[in-house]
Ligand binder design. Structure first.
Ligand SMILES: [Zn+2]
Length: 70
């Protein structure tokens, strides 16, 4: 299970279904705030396409002798 906390009250007590599907909602048990869906939560643990693109850009820039980071 991904590490998630409620962005409203900071609680890590989240409503968890036994067999979560991608479209199932993850909600805070304390304040009922909607956190995310399981599909989005499990994708957060991998490199998102955007992060992947950033890495590639950084590598490309490095190979061209350009420094993106200070
Ligand atoms: Zn909460």
């Amino acid at each position: 299970m991904p590490e998630l906390t409620c962005h409203r009250c900071g609680s890590d007590s989240l409503d968890v279904v036994e067999v979560p599907m991608d479209w199932d909602e993850v909600c805070c048990r304390d304040c009922g705030e909607f956190i995310t869906t399981w599909g989005a939560a499990s994708q957060d643990n991998q490199h998102s396409p955007l992060v992947h693109a950033c890495f590639q850009t950084q590598q490309l820039a490095r190979s061209m002798g350009i420094s993106l980071a200070s």
